[in-house]
Design a protein around this ligand. Structure first.
Ligand code: HSE
Length: 428
């Protein structure tokens, strides 16, 4: 029997317990031994008296729990950087395998964990930290192992994908949809990590290590959220044949340099990622052997995330010889040359409120032209009180030129309000 110590008993911890109990027979048959949660570290044991713990003991003494020689695997589902970081280090130093769902701690401390695991001849598993129930880490390690990954593009945050889908479907504004999502329990009470793009950025840092063996940090990438996206942007996107998605983008160029970033992005409505709606996550991979490939599924919630954790535990059980698995490519992740994000090229969509007078368009297109920004599409609908809404889609332009042009447009007296800009990508 393999004994498990669980740190945390929120939605995800309870999902793990439930799956281990409900699927106990199936799991035992597949791995050849029983997997048993022996102890659970929590802050307030009284909160869980009515739960079926399957015989596990609740404890507040996590330091003693981590020293228990009968525990083979520590499952960390507390979230946040501390005390999770300290507990994971202690568990690895004790020669225990670790399974975690914690994207922040893995993104920030992966190298320390990989080195500790190597020294101790154990391993750390983190399938649940990225895209919840989608087996993306294992797919990259095993299923796509024959490929040089050329690009990886993810919808890695369910909350923002849900909000963007509902703005379009229900024709409501961002704040109203966010409020409904919070009432339904689909968005956190504090959704700031999700809507600012930080949650997706942590996940991209982890995927970079697995897909590209790239040791990048959060400050190696730019990330933007969806706070400024309005119903009108989504409607204009539709009119132009696009959908807006919060994308985590990563790409390897022919000279082996790489780019990483998280941005709300317009993509063609026919693209596979455009059909990923509501709270679903998805990862779109282009590999030099497999070609284009999409994996999609639920990225959050106790049961989908629990599914990923229990699969990790089973993987450890399969490999009970205690040898480091050679398919863990990311343990050798190295520094890579990252392209300056200001040099990256993209088309851009912009929406502005402008004065509707003679020569205004001439002035604005002059500003764009000054920065070598060329216009591909321009929409101006009816104007009211000499004020008009203008939508511009540019041809491909360098980020630095576009940012300078936007800066100048924002200061132009003819621009009453600069509402939004969104990158437009064909993803080919
Ligand atoms: N809050 C995240 C999401 C799930 O909305 O996708 C946990 O990473």
């Amino acid at each position: 029997m393999l004994n498990i110590g669980l740190l945390g008993l929120g939605h995800v911890g309870q999902g793990v317990l439930r799956i281990l109990l409900e699927n106990a027979d199936l799991i035992k048959e597949r791995v050849g031994q029983a997997l048993c949660v022996k102890s659970i570290g929590v802050r307030s044991p009284e909160k869980y008296q009515n739960l079926n713990l399957g015989g596990a003991t609740l404890t507040t003494d996590i330091d003693s729990m981590l020293l228990d020689p009968e525990l083979h695997i520590i499952v960390e589902v507390m979230g946040g950087e501390e005390p999770a970081y300290t507990y994971i280090c202690k568990a690895l130093k004790q020669g225990k395998y670790v399974v975690t769902a914690n994207k922040e701690v893995v993104a920030k401390h992966k190298k320390t964990f990989f080195e500790l695991a190597k020294t101790q001849q154990v391993d750390i598993y983190f399938e649940a930290a990225v895209a919840g129930g989608i087996p993306i880490i294992r797919s990259l390690k095993v299923g796509y192992a024959a490929n040089k990954i050329q690009s990886l593009t993810g919808i890695l945050n369910g909350t923002t994908n849900y909000i963007l889908s509902k703005i379009e479907e229900e024709e409501k504004e961002f704040n109203e949809v966010l409020q409904t999502a919070q009432n339904l329990g689909l968005a956190e009470a504090d959704p700031s990590m999700d809507i600012t793009g930080l949650d997706a950025a942590y996940k991209l840092v982890i995927l970079a290590a697995v897909a590209f063996k790239a040791d990048i940090q959060l400050n190696d990438l730019d990330y933007e959220g969806i706070e400024s996206i309005g119903l009108k942007d989504i409607q204009y996107a539709k009119e132009l044949g696009y959908r807006i998605k919060l994308l985590a983008l990563s790409k390897r160029y022919d000279d082996n340099r790489m780019s990483f970033g998280v941005y709300p992005t317009m993509i063609p409505e026919q693209h596979l990622l455009a059909s990923v709606r509501e709270e679903l996550n998805a990862v779109y991979i282009v590999g030099n052997a497999v070609g284009d490939s999409l994996i999609t599924g639920k990225g959050a919630g106790g049961s989908p995330t629990g599914s990923a954790i229990v699969s990790d535990i089973m993987d450890i059980a399969f490999d009970s010889t205690k040898k480091l698995s050679r398919r863990n490519l990311e343990t050798n992740c190295q520094a890579v040359q990252i392209l300056d994000s200001q040099e990256l090229e993209s088309q851009f969509y912009m929406r502005l409120i402008i004065a509707d007078h003679p020569r205004v368009l001439e002035k604005l297109t002059g500003i764009l032209g000054h920065y070598d920004v060329s216009i591909a599409k321009l929409i101006q609908k009816e104007s009211h009180n000499s004020v008009a809404e203008l939508v511009i889609v540019t041809y491909e332009v360098k980020e630095k030129n576009m940012q300078q042009a936007i800066h100048t447009l924002k200061k132009a007296p003819e621009v009453h309000r600069f509402l939004t800009y969104i990158r437009v990508k064909d993803l080919v």
